[in-house]
Structures are given as C-alpha cells and as structure tokens.
Design a protein around this ligand. Structure first.
Ligand SMILES: [Zn+2]
Ligand SMILES: [Zn+2]
Length: 358
C-alpha cells in the first residue's frame, strides 16, 4: 500500500512509496482504511526533530477512516465503522484515566518503540503511534473512536487533533468566563479553534495575533473581534484592557519567546494557557518575584485538557448544531501524492488546515 515516509529526521520532504505494509495486527488491534488526514504542525515538528520521534517514520496523526478488520477481543468496533484516529488513547484503568483526565494517560506511549509499518528495506515507525499519511494503519482498538456516519471523513480527521486541542483549551482548560478579554497568539487551525471556543464561552473581546495577514483575516471570520500582527499587540492590549492585560492569553505557537510575550500580556491574576507543543531544550524564563507577585495562572493544555472521547462527542454536537465551523478550517485539499506541496503550505502559513485525501 501507499504511504508517505520521512527517511531521516531533519529532512523536509516525504517520499510517497507503494511498498509499505501496516504491521502489528492481532488481538486488541484494528486495521483502519484511512480516508482523510489533516496536516498538523506537530507533523512538521516531528520531521524537524523538535518533537521526539524515531525515524524512518510515516507522519500524520490527525486522521479518520473506516474499520477494515478487528482483532480478537475487540467488542465495540466492527468492519465498516467510521472512526477518528486518536493518537492519545485512554487505557481506562490508570490513575489519570480514573480521575477523568484521559489526556494524561501514558498507555499510548508504551508502544513508542514498536514499528507500525514495514518496507522491504526494514521497519518504519508511525508518528505518535499512528502514521495516518498511509492508506492503512494498524492501531490499538482504543485509538479508533467511532463517530456517526453523518460526520464526513475530512471533518472527523480534524477532530482527531487540532480542533480538539484548540476548542478544549478554551472550554476545558481555561473555562473562559463570559464577558472576558482574550488574546490568542498563533492563529493556525488550533489557534482558530481556540478562538471559536472563546466565542462559544461568551468572551467579550478576542484579539487574534499572527504575523500572516491571511490568518488574521480568517480569525476575524471565526469570531475574533480584532486581529493584529505581533508588533501591534501592545496597542491592542492598551485599547482593549486599558493596559492591564488580558484575562486569558492562549499561546498556540510552542516557543518560549511567544510564551513570554503571552505571560507579559496576561493581566495580574489572569490566565496564560499554553497550547503549543515546544522543544525540550527551549526554556521559558520567569523570575520568582513576578511569579509570586503577579499571581498569573499558567495552565498547560494537553490535547484539549479533558476527557478525550467526551471532547470528540461535544465537538460533533457543536458542529452539527452549526455552532462551530469546521468546514471553514479546511483551506486546501491534496491527494497523498501532493503531500510535499501541503507541507510547504503549512510552513508558509497560507493554510489553516490542508486535508490530505487518501
Ligand atoms: Zn490510562
Ligand atoms: Zn496534532
């Protein structure tokens, strides 16, 4: 079958090959025919080495498709079921799962050293244990979350990562208060989803901050009340908050420099929500006086910071009711053969989400 493979960490292009096989099928596993997959910024971060990931590997972790085959012991799925590929499955039994914080379950990482694919030349890993830039994946049954048949594959794919992450940051982690002031730094697909979440929660002002003009225009369509390039954030802070700072600032870039900017633009007693996935050697500096004296709350948000399956169901309900726009997030579509073009669109910031149709 066909899959897009990164041969070595640090390369910026994938090779679409037709000699790849999805491996590991057996008890407790499912085989999924991938139909659509979104390109998420974390795929680029894994390719460049910012996020740890053994190579060679098939990127892609935001996918949807249909079940082809289920292994022994899998009772809740059958061939033909439409599923979201969840890269962070919940085991249901660990302390984090029992507390309802399934986003902190580590079960999905236990297979990190196990290859998901094979080629004549050797083993190939799947990013985050999935690898959805492929026609088929074999994953733990917990990584296949059923969605109703009226949810198109491209929409279901987005729910698998970016939308869940951004919406959840606003709805679960920040739990934005109605009437509050919000700034969102970084307005790709995840940042736009955080904007939609803040709008749903009734934020009065939502300031979108992004260097790319097209993203600022998109942010206004999705509910931002104003949109500025980074250099104009101080002016917006002055106009919207009288200089005090925002009640909530979402950092959706994953860099210490933007996290520091976000911290400084959060009001005393306000909330900085860290959504971006950054590098292990990139350190955020805070001094002990400001940390104590300004009483700003720093809330990291992993995969939307809440029960993952519940978050999926909530997103489907909001989408069906027309209260979140997911179609509008898909700005580009390519076949698997066009994957490198899609990577370039992502790097240049012209795409909110590119849907790869497989
Ligand atoms: Zn668990
Ligand atoms: Zn992602």
């Amino acid at each position: 079958m066909r899959a897009a493979v990164l041969h070595e960490t640090g390369q910026d292009k994938l090779e679409v090959l037709d000699d790849v096989e999805a491996v590991g099928f057996g008890p407790g596993k499912v085989r999924i025919r991938v139909r659509a997959t979104g390109l998420c910024h974390s795929d680029l971060s894994a390719m460049s080495g910012v996020l740890p990931q053994p190579a060679p590997f098939v990127p892609g972790h935001e996918g949807a498709g249909e079940i082809v085959e289920v292994g022994d012991g899998v009772a809740h799925l059958k061939a033909g079921d439409r599923v979201v590929v969840c890269w962070l499955p919940a085991c249901g039994a660990c302390p984090a799962c029992r507390r309802g914080q399934t986003e902190l379950c580590l079960a999905g990482f236990m297979n990190a050293g196990t290859p998901n694919f094979r080629r004549p030349g050797g083993d190939v890993f799947g990013f985050a244990g999935t690898g959805t830039f492929a026609e088929e994946v074999v994953v733990d049954a917990g990584c296949a979350v059923p969605v109703p048949d009226d949810v198109p594959f491209d929409i279901a794919a987005l729910i698998g990562c970016g939308v869940t992450t951004g919406l959840g940051a606003a709805l679960n982690t920040a739990d934005v208060t109605p009437g509050s002031s919000v700034a969102v730094i970084g307005c790709g697909g995840v940042g736009i989803s955080a904007i939609q979440g803040a709008r749903l929660k009734g934020a009065a002002e939502i300031v979108a901050v992004d260097p790319v003009a097209g993203r600022r225009e998109a942010a206004l369509r999705f509910g931002a009340t104003r949109a500025v390039p980074p250099g104009e954030l101080p002016g917006a802070k002055q106009e919207v908050t009288g200089g005090e700072g925002f009640d909530y600032v979402f950092e959706v870039v994953g860099k210490s420099a933007t996290a520091r900017t976000a911290y400084e633009n959060t009001r005393r007693g306000g909330t900085l929500v860290v959504v971006g996935a950054g590098a292990m050697d990139d350190f955020l500096q805070l001094n002990m006086f400001e940390l104590f004296f300004d009483e700003k709350r720093i809330l990291p948000s992993m995969y939307g910071g809440g029960d993952v399956v519940r978050s999926y169901e909530r997103t489907v309900a909001l989408w069906r009711a027309g209260r979140v726009d997911l179609e509008g997030l898909i700005t580009h579509r390519v076949p698997l053969a066009g994957i490198n073009e899609a990577l370039d669109q992502m790097r240049s910031g012209t795409a909110l989400r590119t849907c790869v149709e497989i």
